[in-house]
Design a protein around this ligand. Structure first.
Ligand SMILES: CC1=C(CCC(=O)O)c2cc3nc(cc4[nH]c(cc5[nH]c(cc1n2)c(C)c5CCC(=O)O)c(CCC(=O)O)c4C)C(CCC(=O)O)=C3C
Ligand SMILES: [Fe+2]
Length: 363
């Protein structure tokens, strides 16, 4: 029988987002406290949220993912309560931990809404949990599931989505379309130090891009050129971030003769603000301006294969925690990168400013 022992609960840990116009400024203050984001950039990002009524889509997407996981657990006979807490907006992690402890939770498993290794998408959440334990005066023991970029349930729905987006391009654009894989830009130093030995953020994305492109050619019979590009750069202009920017890239491929572009936001598990603003609004405007037909592929969201993949990772981590499995992983991974370690190694994705306490790692 599959079991989630020794865990008493699952905790979905996410970024958080504003749920109305009055939330936008305090939310951005939480995000950027002590991070040296220029005020002009903050005003600009605030304007993106206001364009959408001051509501980020991310909280609704977390609620949907939790509902889908609960249904999947019910269907597969798992009895593991699911909680939710955020880094930057309510429900805040510290409040959720207090609630969990009041409910008798002693040991819990965390799932982050980020599939890849980076300070922002992994260690920072581990630090957030350590700080929330401190703030709430609770003592729940936390493990986490490993980064899931190479879980088949993450990759397969994206290959379907990209193939569907290619098919949805106008006939004329299907002559020589390009696949444009997009993720969140990072300061180059964060990317260089990501993972246990550095470089993990980009190599994991390149691997997913390769796997999805291969999946697309299996589905369509076409081998389409692809590349990895970046969105949502912030920080001061003199600081190097990962490039090229998606808008610059669209201009480049248009100049090279591309007849169309499919944007595939492989860096995001659902249609976050970066997707609905940076791609569906801003990059779509760029594409329109230069006369390049563009389609945007869906994110995994609550695709049942993705949800089942998360469940496999939860069961796998529980087996390791019980000592029933000693390996890194029981479940399969796709591609040429190994399953990421269950316990983040020493110095994995280091804090770029100063070391802070973090859960679920060797340090
Ligand atoms: C790698 C990465 C992910 C992916 C992993 C993951 O999913 O966690 C991610 C996710 C997200 N980032 C988000 C929003 C923002 N990120 C910002 C700023 C920053 N992000 C960074 C990196 C990442 N961010 C970095 C290095 C900064 C600079 C400041 C710092 O070093 O921390 C800022 C400040 C303004 C700006 O400069 O843009 C905002 C508003 C939202 C919510 C979207 C919504 O509302 O739907 C989500 C899911
Ligand atoms: Fe971000």
């Amino acid at each position: 029988m599959s079991t989630t022992a020794p865990y008493d609960a699952l905790l979905l840990v996410s970024f958080g987002g504003p749920e109305g116009p009055e939330d936008v400024v305090p939310f951005l203050e939480n995000v950027t406290r002590g991070r040296g984001i220029p005020p002009e950039r903050l005003k600009e990002v605030g304007a993106h949220y206001f364009e959408f009524g001051g509501v980020s889509p991310i909280n609704a997407q977390c609620r949907d993912l939790i509902a889908a996981l609960r249904q999947d657990f019910a269907d597969t006979g798992l009895k593991l309560p699911i909680y939710w807490g955020n880094r930057n907006w309510s429900p805040f992690l510290a409040d959720t931990l207090a609630e969990m402890e009041a409910d008798g939770v002693r040991r819990a498993l965390a799932v982050f809404t980020s599939a890849y290794s980076s300070y922002s998408g992994c260690r920072q959440y581990r630090e957030d949990l350590a700080r929330a334990l401190e703030q709430s005066g609770t003592s729940i023991q936390f493990d986490k599931i490993r980064p899931y970029f190479n879980e088949p349930g993450f990759v397969e729905p994206m290959a379907d989505a990209v193939a569907a987006a290619v098919a949805g391009l106008p006939e004329s654009a299907r002559m020589a379309p390009r696949l444009v894989f997009v993720t969140h830009s990072l300061p180059r130093t964060y990317a260089e130090t990501s993972g246990p030995i550095g470089g993990a953020y980009v190599s994991q994305h390149l691997e997913v891009a390769r796997l999805v492109a291969e999946g697309v050619s299996r589905r369509t019979g076409l081998v389409l050129p692809h590349e990895l590009v970046f969105c949502s750069r912030s920080g001061p202009p003199q600081m190097p971030w990962l490039e090229p920017d998606v808008n610059d890239h669209l201009r480049d491929i248009k100049a090279q003769g591309a007849t169309g572009a499919v944007l595939a936001p492989i860096g995001f598990v659902s249609d976050h603000m970066e997707v609905i603003y940076d791609l569906d609004t801003q990059a779509a405007e760029t594409a329109q301006e230069i006369g390049l037909p563009m389609a945007r592929a869906a994110t995994v969201g609550t695709d049942p294969r993705f949800v089942a993949g998360l469940r496999r990772l939860i069961l796998e981590r529980a087996a390791v925690a019980r000592g029933d499995s000693e390996g890194e992983s029981l479940s399969t991974v796709v591609g040429r990168l190994r399953a990421f370690p269950d316990v983040c190694p020493l110095n994995c994705c280091p804090n770029p400013r100063a070391p802070l306490p973090a859960v679920a790692g060797e340090d």
